[in-house]
Ligand binder design. Structure first.
Ligand SMILES: [Fe+2]
Length: 381
């Protein structure tokens, strides 16, 4: 059992500051781990967690990695458990830069809306104690104070994109401090997600990409999660990474253990895909609630863990899995049935209109030309 803010020392200039698990029943937010690392005269923070207690622990870690005269803050993604103390950068009394992923900006500006959207997919699928609008606000309200933006905050995407080769793996992303810190685009766990590789000590911080074998969020991408896990395993195989850290595991994983862990996640992902095919194989349309019940049994049978193993996250994962095996909802109703699309060849397309249909088409064409849509923009008056 670890406590919020505990320091896990990696080396004399690197500390993993430990967060805590989510406990909604007791109004306890989850807090993501943060990495504090020093490169020369620059202290680097990867994520800043949330809560005042964690802020204090971060400051203590910063004071223990050696002298610095500059600071660099990197945000792996926009989830509220990772970004609450981003404005700490402005308190350090040194020149600072802060970067975050552009695709997560909206959720950082309005986290309640993001969570309401996540939970709205669960209506009728799993029991919800309150409507999504209330549940989303309730969850978002736990993460205080929430200050994702500081005086110097910019998006990574404002910097030129770089090709970054580590061992045999080719990434795209951004390097800092003469290549000592590599920010690698992963975009699996949520739309903007990045991971961080520290060149000098071989730490690979996956943040939330290794939370579980399957995508949970509405803006997750299962293939990108698997691609990220596969590439990470290769880095460990090749000795380019030696210590695996992430947002919600309160320990360090070294070479063999890290490889085994990553391979297990990949295998579980494949096994859950197979389980989903088994549940849907008879071709009968299925309601997400019924699918989730059986899928959750498969998740339990495989011993799948994850950062937040609860009914809601299982439901979110199940819905993503349904889409991943090729089903889609028949209507937009709550718990509407999902099925495979009918494989009907399309009727021939009529092409340009004939007969009476010419009249409305001619009006549309006239409007189109009057709007100048058939010219290049610069040629329009
Ligand atoms: Fe997280």
């Amino acid at each position: 059992m670890t406590t919020l803010g505990e320091h896990l020392r990696i080396d004399d200039r690197t500390i993993l500051v430990l967060g805590q698990e989510l406990d909604v029943a007791h109004d306890q937010p989850d807090v993501a781990n943060a990495v504090v690392h020093r490169v020369g005269d620059t202290v680097v923070l990867v994520d800043t967690g949330v809560t005042d207690a964690f802020r204090t622990a971060l400051k203590a870690a910063i004071a223990q990695v050696g002298d610095f005269s500059r600071a660099l803050v990197l945000t792996t993604h926009g989830h509220v458990d990772h970004i609450g103390n981003n404005d700490l950068a402005d308190e350090l009394g040194v020149p600072v830069e802060h970067f975050l992923p552009a695709r997560d900006l909206d959720q950082m500006r309005d986290p309640a809306a993001y969570w309401v959207h996540q939970f709205s997919r669960l209506v009728g699928v799993v029991p919800l104690e309150a409507p999504p609008s209330l549940a989303g606000n309730k969850v978002a309200s736990l993460f205080q104070p929430l200050r994702p933006f500081g005086a110097t905050t910019r998006t990574f995407e404002e910097l030129p994109l770089e090709r970054i080769r580590i061992g045999s793996v080719r990434y795209t992303g951004w390097t800092f401090l003469d290549g000592a810190v590599r920010v690698l685009r992963s975009q699996g766990h949520c739309a903007g997600h990045v991971i961080v590789h520290l060149r000098d000590n071989g730490v690979l911080h996956l943040s939330d990409e290794d939370n579980g074998p399957c995508a949970v969020m509405a803006d997750s991408d299962q293939l990108k999660i698997q691609t990220t896990l596969s590439a990470a395993a290769t880095l460990f195989e090749e000795g380019e990474a030696t210590i695996l850290t992430d947002g919600h595991t309160f320990t360090l994983r070294r070479k063999d253990e890290a490889e085994a862990f990553l391979d297990t996640l990949l295998e579980q992902g494949i096994a859950l895909h197979e389980a989903a095919l088994g549940i849907t194989e008879d071709g009968v349309p299925i309601r997400p609630s019924a699918f989730t019940t059986r899928y959750t049994e498969a998740v339990a049978a495989l011993g799948v863990g994850g950062a937040n193993p609860n009914e809601m996250f299982a439901g979110m994962m199940a819905i993503n899995q349904l889409r991943d095996v090729g089903l889609r909802p028949e209507t937009s109703g709550a718990d509407a049935r999902w099925s495979r699309a009918a494989l009907e060849n399309p009727a021939p397309v009529a092409g340009m209109p004939h007969g009476i249909a010419i009249l409305p088409a001619a009006i549309k064409m006239l409007e189109w030309k009057l709007q100048g849509r058939d010219h290049a923009p610069e040629a329009r008056s």
